[in-house]
Every structure is written in C-alpha cells, then in structure tokens.
Design a protein around this ligand. Structure first.
Ligand code: FES
Ligand code: FES
Length: 242
C-alpha cells in the first residue's frame, strides 16, 4: 500500500509537530525506524550543496569513497558530481555513475535502461513507479538511488523467470487489467508483494494494498480479479461483468 510504503515513514508527525528536534529524530533512527520523512527531507536539503549521506546509508563503492567531499558534523557529503553507486537490481549488481541527488526511478530508467518502471507524477502521489526494496513496495521516484544501496531492488523486468511471465503478470494479461498501461507495472509490483506476504488475500486486502496506486483509466475491478485469481480465489462478485 502506497500510504505505508518505505522509505517515507508516514507515522512521522513532522508536519503535525514541526518543533520536534533533531535529537528526537536521531533517537527514532537509532531505534530502527529506518528512513524517515525527516531524514529524506534532510538529505534533499543538503543536496543543493552536495548531497549528504543519510543516516544509516552505507558505503557505496571504493570510487564513491574516493569521491567523498568531506564530513561535517558526522555527516559525509558526496557530489555534487557523479559518483559510482553499486545497486543490486533483479538479482545482479550493477554500478552506475550518477549524481547523488539521482532518484532510484531515474537510475533504473536512465542509467540501467529498465524502463518498465514508469514515472507519472514524480512526486509520490500515484505509485506508478513502484518497485520492491527487499520485497517491500516503495515509490522509486521518492527514493534516492544511494539509499537503495545494500538492499535488493526488484523491478517489473525482474518478475519474469526463464522467459515465463510471473503469475501476476499473466493474470493481468488474462483479465485485460490495463488500458493505457502506465499504472500497470506499479500495480503488478504491489499485488505481487501483497501475495508474497499474504498468499490468500481477500478482495478487501487487495483493495487496501493498492489504495495508493492510482489508475486513471479505472481498471480496478479487473485488477482485483487478476490478483484474486493468482491467490486461488474465485473471481470476486464485484468484478463480474466489469
Ligand atoms: S511517479 Fe512515483 S509516485 Fe507517481
Ligand atoms: S491503465 Fe491507464 S492509468 Fe491504469
């Protein structure tokens, strides 16, 4: 579900309580909450002068270390020029030379030619750009490529095995669960992640999982049908004659 996707911790009451201190944030990070919205914004803010390494991020490669600009208050700075970043994508390690401000979506599409991941809103509103980070659906347009280092990234190109479509891809084709197709890779990724966690989702579970994935063409009923077929359920009542 987009609303709870990493790396943005929607539970971070940043907007509700702007007075919260960085000490609070540091404590949250230490407590293992991962990448928070505050952390993302902090990184983005520093990007103007050379992107800072967000808390918890890891060493990228030998070249990247060599390109480190310096360290201020314990925060390493990279860039602003390209650095070597090694990502684990669809089972393989690939090194790309990108500016530290590059989003994961751009690194995948532009630098790795994995254009199956679609960028529609480019601002975290539609989830068309969904990929899996350690099997968790995330919005790749809102994730810095650097923050994906050390994690397994799976894109729509990585779902098929040995020339065979993933069952979810096949079900989308069978149920004609697309029109223009711009939302489709993101929908497939979110649905496949749901089935990885819950092999027998109800229609309600599917609706909840894709609540953040917007389809402007309105193919939702057929998407529910595709997901439920893969789950082994009969076609839901609500999607008959859709
Ligand atoms: S393109 Fe990433 S959320 Fe819309
Ligand atoms: S099929 Fe067109 S946006 Fe979903």
């Amino acid at each position: 579900m987009s609303g709870s996707k990493l790396p943005i911790d929607q539970s971070d009451p940043l907007s509700a309580n702007p007075q919260r201190s960085d000490v609070d944030h540091a404590a949250e990070t230490k407590a293992g909450k991962g990448i928070t919205r505050r952390g993302f914004l902090k990184g983005a803010g520093v990007a103007a002068a050379g992107t800072a390494l967000l808390e918890g991020a890891q060493v990228f490669s030998r070249e990247a270390v060599a390109a480190t600009r310096g360290e201020h208050n314990g925060v390493k700075e990279y860039g602003p020029g390209p650095i070597a970043v090694t990502l684990h994508v669809n089972g393989k390690e690939q090194t790309v030379h990108i500016e530290p401000r590059t989003t994961l979506a751009d690194a995948l599409r532009v630098d790795m030619a994995l254009t199956g991941t679609k960028v529609v809103c480019d601002r975290g509103a539609c989830s068309a750009c969904t990929v899996l980070l350690d099997n968790m659906p995330i919005n790749s347009c809102m994730t810095l490529a650097m923050d994906a280092v050390g994690h397994r990234v799976t894109t729509i190109e990585g779902l098929a095995k040995n020339g065979e479509m993933h069952p979810m891809q096949a079900a989308f084709v069978k149920h004609d669960a697309l029109q223009c197709g711009f939302c489709t890779p993101g929908m497939v990724m979110t649905c496949s992640a749901l089935l990885g966690k819950n092999p027998k989702p109800t229609e309600e579970d599917v609706r909840y999982a894709i609540a953040g994935n917007l389809c402007r063409c309105g193919t939702y009923p057929k998407i529910f049908a595709a997901a439920q077929e893969v789950a082994g359920a009969s076609t839901p009542e609500s999607t008959r004659n859709a």
